[in-house]
Design a protein around this ligand. Structure first.
Ligand SMILES: Cc1cc2nc3c(=O)[nH]c(=O)nc-3n(C[C@H](O)[C@H](O)[C@H](O)COP(=O)(O)OP(=O)(O)OC[C@H]3O[C@@H](n4cnc5c(N)ncnc54)[C@H](O)[C@@H]3O)c2cc1C
Length: 435
């Protein structure tokens, strides 16, 4: 294998391309539809520092990040607030995304050929095998195409039906989010809890948040599952402002609508000559849509597997998917089960679970960091004591938690070597959990 082509200069591509180029074994090209100066988002997002430390990657540059503060979760009635108590040294860093992307491009450009303002339109096939990409009039041939072009990847959708790769997510697996940083309203008091996330805001399927930024502006997100109609947005923004008088109408940064995957990872990420990574493999934490650390981790696994197996065939690339599932994907399958239940739960049930302390800090921290919510027998007993009056609801919640653990177990049973029949069987088990 000689040529590797990345589509999309997301964090996954920037990390993996640099490692592969640096090895001196491959010619590595990255196609990115945006101009270099417009790459990524012009705002900051949260990433755990372990993403850099554990993978031996450079930390973001001084002055391009700050330590974020603990989340406060608020149920639909807004009757209680649950604030996490993660120690400062374990809190995520909120990093300027465009600056981080620029830092990583600079680091890689002596060994990677970056083609900015180049949008890939379609895959080129030889039989069923992917051998390159068309971008406008140009054709880029490669032994392996790495698809890092996001949740709605149009390349993934062009793979043959029998590749086993899901072409498009369902509507309820995508979060449509408006994000803006608003100027702080004059004279408004600062909230005690600065990072406020509203679950099932207004009883709708989604979340909204209002975060007082250290810069003084207010970071606002309004996200709903499947779509964000204008009336929904207007109602949510109005309600968010009523609960957070520090939000003004003046946009300082952002003000755009984006799509974030909120589902379990692809049950097949590889085909001959093709591999999906990052959002295009649905690697975000299903509960909250954070995907930067997962993309970085996956990039390190992928580079490692390519360097070791040196083949673009699915049999060799499968090891990448296995390792990702064992490290993260299986747990995210479990978190997806919980998320689906949360979205379908009655708002008043959610209110009650929060008000009675049945869902508390421990459960919210697990879901938000992509870990399984575990419920031992003694946990169940203590929850029963708190809420015996709503036994059916508690039993339902217990059932969902058990199903979530089962889902993760199925995820971990991924066939460890590639055998078409065994992989198809496993994929059917995975997909049937979410039907
Ligand atoms: C509002 C919002 C808030 C978020 N907050 C967080 C957070 O706090 N923490 C967190 O971890 N994650 C967060 N995420 C999710 C995070 O952005 C993604 O999970 C992460 O960026 C995925 O990285 P990636 O490697 O898949 O590439 P992406 O960052 O998705 O990059 C894909 C790249 O591909 C390019 N591209 C797309 N199509 C083509 C094409 N056809 N040809 C060429 N180039 C193409 C795009 O221009 C883009 O540069 C947030 C997302 C949004 C929208």
């Amino acid at each position: 294998m000689k040529k590797i082509l990345f589509v999309g200069a997301g964090m996954a591509a920037l990390v993996a391309a640099e490692k592969l180029g640096r090895s001196g074994k491959y010619e590595v090209t990255v196609l990115e539809k945006n101009a270099r100066e417009n790459i990524s988002y012009d705002w900051h997002d949260d990433v755990n520092r372990a993403a850099f430390e554990k993978n031996g990657l450079p930390m973001p540059l001084e002055g391009t990040y700050f330590v974020k503060r603990n989340w406060t979760f608020i149920p639909p009635s807004e009757s209680v607030e649950v604030t996490l108590d993660i120690p400062e040294e374990e809190l995520d860093l909120s990093i300027e995304r465009r600056k981080l992307a620029q830092q990583y491009i600079s680091r890689a450009e002596d060994v990677v050929d970056f083609r900015f303002s180049t949008q890939a339109d379609s895959l080129i096939f030889e039989g069923d095998r992917v051998v390159g990409v068309r971008a406008g009039e140009e054709k880029f041939y490669a032994d392996l195409v790495v698809d890092n072009s996001g949740a709605m990847s149009k390349l993934r959708a062009q793979l043959p039906e029998d590749s086993g790769v899901t072409k498009q997510p369902n509507d309820d697996e995508i979060f449509v989010a408006y994000r803006a940083f608003m100027k702080s309203a004059d004279g408004a008091p600062s909230p005690k809890n600065t990072n406020r996330a509203y679950l099932k805001h207004l009883g709708e399927t989604g979340i909204s948040w209002s975060i007082l930024d250290p810069s003084g502006s207010v970071n606002v997100l309004i996200g709903r599952v499947g779509s964000l109609p204008k009336e929904t947005f207007i109602g949510a923004f109005r309600a968010l402002k009523a609960s957070n008088p520090n939000i003004s109408d003046e946009i300082v940064r952002g003000g755009i609508i984006c799509k974030i995957p909120i589902r379990h990872p692809l049950s097949r990420m590889v085909a001959d000559g093709y591999v999906a990574i990052g959002d295009s493999a649905f690697m975000t934490i299903p509960m909250i849509g954070s995907g930067i650390q997962n993309s970085i981790d996956a990039a390190c696994i992928l580079a490692d597997v390519i360097l070791k197996n040196d083949s673009p065939l699915k049999q060799a690339l499968w090891e990448y998917q296995v390792r990702y599932y064992l490290e993260k994907g299986a747990d995210h399958m479990g978190v997806d089960v919980l998320k689906r239940w949360l979205l379908s739960a009655y708002p008043k049930d959610l209110d009650w679970l929060f008000e009675k302390g049945v869902v508390g800090e421990k459960e919210m921290e697990a879901g938000a960091t992509g870990q399984l919510v575990k419920l031992s027998f003694s946990d169940l007993l203590s929850k029963l004591k708190k809420g015996i009056s709503r036994l059916p609801l508690l039993l339902k919640l217990n059932g969902v938690i058990q199903k979530s653990a089962r889902a993760a177990k199925i995820g971990r049973r991924i066939p460890k070597t590639f055998d078409e029949k065994a992989v198809c069987r496993w994929q059917r088990r995975v997909e049937s959990l979410y039907r």
